[in-house]
Design a protein around this ligand. Structure first.
Ligand SMILES: Nc1ncnc2c1ncn2[C@@H]1O[C@H](COP(=O)(O)OP(=O)(O)O)[C@@H](O)[C@H]1O
Ligand SMILES: [Mg+2]
Length: 328
């Protein structure tokens, strides 16, 4: 963003969770969650199955009342001004809400009618949305015949009928094939470019990495980490510097050289590869200079950062894909 820090601070958040708690009987599903999402940005709410993502979204979208705490959407309080909140947000749930027995176009007519959009304007808007989501031809077929990716796109199109400034997406790409997933990502990037504020939940670290400006990681109803994708990766550990020398005979000299960074150096002789932890680009540039001056031939030099999957493992002690799929 090109706006100065003062401007950012002056802007009220588009979405705000304030110490949200939700209990079901004696089970606490969401346990004191707070965060703020600046207008026009994307927050990724990341966590495994059962972490409390859907419950958090349901509280923020007025579908269920918080046990304690509250949330604000577009400046309106979900407890005090639920109608205003609904008027300023769109929601695409984990389960598609479109009617299977109607065509795509009929779904748009029905929901648009509920929003009170006039028929003429609705036809035009419907055409636009169907085209934007590559559903023009499918628009006259019943939704029953759609693929999973087409259903999600129609669902999203329908939730955009009211042009909401704030959009909540609960696991928008779960169950989609990689191609449908990246198509949907493109659509979402387009919405954000036009100024929509997005909160999306996901179990996919890659998805949060691809789309989110900021990530809140939750597990068992609590925030366990937050930051930009890069900050989270840095938190998971230092980067590694990986160097492949051209000639195995140079390995001992290369090892001595790399030790000058102060890091322990691991040598894989068969691969002619040396690995050492490093702080980042500065380390890499220094090391590259030493190698150039030494005359040791280098085939490859690179910096490898921990993945978000490594982040989750280091934070929770388990990987995200270990949890059982328990359905919606
Ligand atoms: N209506 C409900 N009644 C009782 N427990 C619920 C209800 N909804 C969710 N839960 C429980 O709350 C926890 C969080 O669920 P949920 O918010 O759906 O997680 P996520 O969306 O991250 O998978 C889970 O343990 C789930 O079983
Ligand atoms: Mg969920």
């Amino acid at each position: 963003m090109s706006v100065g820090a003062d401007t950012v601070e002056a802007m009220d958040p588009a979405i705000e969770a304030i110490d949200l708690v939700k209990r079901f009987g004696d089970h606490t599903a969401v346990d004191g969650v707070s965060f703020a999402v600046p207008p026009g940005s994307v927050l990724g709410l990341l966590g495994p199955n059962g972490a409390g993502k859907t419950t958090t979204v349901r509280m923020m979208t007025t579908l269920t009342e918080p046990t304690s705490g509250t949330a604000r959407v577009a400046g309106y309080d979900v407890r005090a001004e639920p109608d205003q909140v609904r008027r300023h947000m769109g929601l695409t749930g984990q389960v598609a809400t479109v009617d299977e027995l109607l065509t795509g176009r009929e779904n748009i007519r029905m929901i648009g009618g509920l929003y009170g959009i006039r028929r003429r304007a609705l036809e035009k808007l419907g055409d636009q949305l169907l085209q934007q989501f590559s559903l023009t031809e499918a628009g006259d077929r019943v939704v029953k015949s759609y693929s999973g990716g087409m259903r999600r796109r129609l669902d999203l199109a329908v939730s955009l009928l009211a042009s909401p400034p704030v959009l909540f997406l609960d696991e928008p790409t779960t169950g989609l094939d990689p191609r449908s997933r990246s198509e949907l990502w493109e659509v979402l990037r387009g919405l954000v470019a036009e100024g929509t504020t997005l909160l999306l939940t996901t179990q996919y670290l890659e998805e949060a990495d691809q789309l989110a400006d900021n990530i809140v990681v939750i597990d068992q109803g609590r925030i366990i980490a937050e930051g930009s994708p890069l900050q989270l990766k840095q938190q998971a550990g230092r980067a590694s510097l990986v160097i492949t020398v051209g000639d195995a005979a140079d390995l001992p000299a290369a090892q001595d050289l790399l030790r000058r960074t102060g890091a322990e150096v691991f040598v894989d002789a068969a691969a002619r590869r040396l690995t050492a932890s490093a702080d980042g680009l500065d380390d890499m540039i220094a090391v590259a200079g030493w190698f150039r001056d030494s005359g040791i031939g280098v085939d490859d030099i690179g910096l490898s950062r921990p993945s978000l999957d490594d982040v989750f493992l280091s934070l929770t002690g388990h990987r995200t894909d270990e949890s059982e799929e328990v359905g919606a």
